[in-house]
Design a protein around this ligand. Structure first.
Ligand SMILES: Cc1ncc(C[n+]2csc(CCOP(=O)(O)OP(=O)(O)O)c2C)c(N)n1
Ligand code: SF4
Length: 290
């Protein structure tokens, strides 16, 4: 694959994340993947929700849209429907995507629209200074559970597979080459792709540290996992605590993506239709967003 210079996707701005935050890894892995795919930054849009991780679009050269907490997916889906030529990437945290936005996640999986969703999962609410999220481990001590979390977490991998996602993977912010390869595959996949990235919060999550993950992580490809086998994928999807699989859990190439089924999107989406507005009217609409 012919790669373009990674500088095409870099901006002259230092991320505001804490030193050591896993989100730096995801940013770098995504930039490597986009350069490997030789994409044009003007054909890529990154849509986020709210949270530390959701600041991602500011730190990468492409189109970007910083939306509302939990609302990255419907915004991203709308963009793909309007202009199916774009490479649309949604991004955010576990609180954003698996908490407040979980209803949208289920429908995006079911709809199988051709976008890639990157969740920087640190098992905590980082921006709001360390409350439990839906993926916080049972028993973990956080600001909102000083005596230990007494809710059980769920597996986003299991959820996405059962809701109909056609590409489901997990990456680790400490494994950049592996991560970039998986992001490349997810973007190339035709349909909804979820990547759950283990992205440690070094400031508020004192349990799930880089070291904690490194002692547990193994690669699915090293154990002969077959991502085209649904029962194998489901079986691995709930593995956690003692051993944590990373890699591609599940691929389904039989289901057609929404954008190949919907009659309007198939014809190029509303982007391809004449706007029938004067230049002044276009300017007025544009400036109302600034
Ligand atoms: C509707 C709404 N509810 C709550 C908030 C407050 N809020 C902002 S960020 C956030 C959690 C962020 O956690 P996560 O998505 O896991 O991202 P992280 O900061 O850990 O990257 C919350 C609850 C908000 N901004 N809007
Ligand atoms: S608080 Fe946590 S998630 Fe937020 S930037 Fe710092 S390390 Fe990253």
């Amino acid at each position: 694959m012919q790669a373009v210079d990674i500088k095409n996707f870099q901006v002259n701005l230092n991320p505001t994340w804490c030193p050591g935050c896993g989100d730096y890894g995801l940013l770098r892995g995504l930039q490597i993947a986009l350069s490997k795919l030789s994409l044009d930054p003007s054909q890529v849009v990154i849509v986020s929700g709210i949270g530390c991780s959701s600041n991602l679009p500011h730190f990468i050269k492409s189109y970007g849209y910083h939306s509302l907490h939990g609302r990255a997916l419907p915004t991203a889906e709308g963009m793909k429907m309007a202009n199916p030529n774009l490479t649309v990437i949604a991004a955010g945290g576990d609180g954003d995507g698996y908490g407040i936005g979980v209803g949208h996640l289920i429908h995006a999986c079911k709809r199988n629209i051709d976008i890639t969703y990157l969740v920087m999962n640190n098992q905590i609410y980082g921006l709001t200074t360390g409350q439990t999220s839906p993926t916080s481990d049972f028993g973990s001590k956080t600001k909102s559970t000083p005596e230990g979390n007494y809710e059980y977490s769920f597996s986003p991998i299991f959820l996405a597979i059962s809701a109909g996602a056609t590409f489901v993977a997990r990456t680790f912010s400490g494994e950049l080459e592996h991560m970039s390869e998986i992001i490349v595959k997810a973007i190339q996949h035709k349909g909804f792709a979820l990547i759950d990235d283990i992205s440690p919060c070094v400031t508020y999550n004192k349990k799930n540290t880089y070291q904690w993950y490194k002692e547990r992580i193994y690669k699915l490809e090293d154990v002969g996992h077959n991502p085209y086998d649904l029962s194998q994928a489901i079986q691995r999807s709930t593995e956690w605590e003692d051993k944590i699989p990373i890699g591609v859990f599940y691929i389904n190439q039989d289901k057609l993506p929404y954008d190949q089924l919907d009659p309007v999107i198939r014809q190029g989406g509303i982007f391809s239709k004449p706007l029938e507005l004067t230049d002044d009217q276009k300017k007025e609409i544009l400036y109302s967003f600034l």
